[in-house]
Write a protein that binds this ligand. Structure first.
Ligand code: EPU
Length: 427
């Protein structure tokens, strides 16, 4: 088992490039199965979820190659339409292969998806929408099969709530369905808009992505594409959170300014200055301004649920209170217990989280229980004076390529220790 050792309390200085967004890349990789010829997705960070995507594409008989930055897919005809259970359990985004496989094979089998344990994470909207487009559903104890041997047909469908994943599934399904589909109550997240942009580059006819209503005129086939997805707003928030908590000055190259308003607005209240430049942004924090902060997370353009844990970490040294109300997932505050070990007073009541400083702690053993909670622990440990260890790196590696290198390059003292290194230091 690997773990981080962190000697916290150092200010951050330097430059970091924001990679393409995991949550934009994963649906685009699934959609690449729908394109004919060789599709290339560029600027991908080397994440475990991206490697699992390559395994899924190969498991269903197509070709995928990833060199740690560019991801190639070449479609192959095959009978394979089931995503093996071990791959489904590794990440939730296996669900995004429903529509591509229905288009390619007329059939798809998927085991109930795994992923971070941040809430119930149902899949009913994906399934209802696909059934409305003509797919037949067969439910087993641990898996589902959808059948559409003659293809899907356009429809009007209102999403029960604006799910990001379900909007992406239905946009992909409609892209090659017969006739026109109108989706109502869609998610407006930038990653939905980016998938639409990718599909449009491949020849799909989609209008309205980023608004509540998306209209799709189905086409017969999609062509190969070379595509660079949008920059990762959650990665950018992680670095801003680090600068706010540790102080210092960092230049973020490729900064996705247009998606960062709500996060920036809150951090500015505690003394962070952000200067937008043509090729990025500079974040500067010289002194802490005590502030009581209240934030509600929700569907875009509201404050992002993924940024909630990062906001908590950003405010770890803030001499005020944070009240964070979660509007999307039921179990987002797994880091509360860990933050207590860092000397905060944290209370969770249903979907409300409260944090305020209590005392100084100089050593603690921390454990990540999901991806963004893990990133929050990294930032929080870097910002607190003392020596800390963090376990649960398999969660953090799902969304960050070597987060320890990102913060080490900025002057943070964080190291990854392998099991062998830990044994050596004991003997
Ligand atoms: N929901 C349903 N039924 C469905 C689909 C969703 O009830 O069929 C509910 C979920 O249970 C949840 C809410 O709708 O309570 C929102 O879920 P959504 O489908 O929007 O989320 P997702 O597509 O599963 C993506 C990101 C998450 C991010 C959410 C919300 C990816 C791969 N994941 O998940 O990212 O938190 O949107 O913005 O794009 C992360 O990166 O750490 C992460 C968890």
């Amino acid at each position: 088992m690997e773990r981080f050792t962190v000697n916290g309390g150092k200010a951050l200085f330097g430059c970091v490039a924001v990679p393409a967004a995991k949550n934009a890349i994963l649906p685009i990789l699934a959609a690449s199965l729908m394109t004919d010829g060789e599709t290339v997705v560029k600027n991908c960070p080397d994440l475990s979820d991206i490697r699992v995507s390559a395994d899924i594409i190969r498991a269903v008989g197509s070709m995928a190659a990833f060199d740690g930055s560019s991801f190639w897919t070449v479609y192959n005809e095959s009978e394979k339409s089931a995503i093996p259970q071990p791959l489904c359990s590794k990440m939730r985004s296996g669900i995004l292969y429903l529509a591509p496989l229905l288009y390619r094979r007329g059939k798809v089998t998927l085991y109930y998806p795994g992923g971070c344990n941040i809430g119930k994470r149902q899949i009913d909207i994906h399934l209802d929408g696909l059934q409305k487009m003509g797919a037949q559903l067969e439910c087993g104890e641990d898996k589902i099969t959808l059948l559409a041997p003659d293809g899907l047909k356009g429809t009007h469908f209102r999403l029960r709530l604006p799910s990001v994943g379900a909007t992406q599934t239905l946009m992909m399904a409609a892209a090659t369905a017969k006739g026109i589909t109108i989706l109502h109550n869609c998610a407006k997240e930038p990653e939905v808009v980016d998938l639409a942009r990718f599909l449009r580059c491949a020849g799909a006819k989609i209008t309205g992505a980023g608004k509540s209503e998306i209209i799709i005129q189905g086409v017969q086939s999609l062509n190969a594409v070379e595509y660079t997805p949008i920059a990762d707003r959650i990665f950018a928030a992680t670095v801003l959170s680090g600068v706010n908590a540790c102080r210092g000055m960092v230049f973020l190259k490729n900064y996705p300014a247009e998606y960062m308003h709500s996060f920036e607005k809150v951090l500015k209240q505690t003394g962070l200055r952000i200067v937008h430049l043509a090729d990025g942004a500079v974040a500067v924090k010289i002194f802490d301004r005590a502030a009581d902060i209240k934030v509600h997370t929700g569907f875009y353009p509201a404050f992002s649920t993924d940024m909630g844990p990062l906001l908590s970490a950003a405010l770890i040294n803030n001499n005020g209170t944070l009240v964070l109300t979660e509007g999307i997932f039921e179990n987002r505050f797994s880091y509360a217990e860990q933050f207590e070990k860092l000397g905060l007073c944290c209370k969770v009541s249903g979907t409300e989280y409260y944090q305020t400083p209590k005392n100084s702690i100089y050593t603690a053993q921390l454990k990540a229980a999901d991806l963004r909670a893990g990133a929050a622990l990294v930032v929080a440990a870097l910002a607190k004076r003392g020596n800390f260890t963090i376990e649960g790196l398999e969660y953090i590696d799902r969304g960050y390529e070597k987060i320890e290198d990102v913060f080490s390059a900025l002057g943070g003292n964080i190291r990854r220790n392998t099991f062998e290194q830990q044994q050596k230091s004991k003997s």
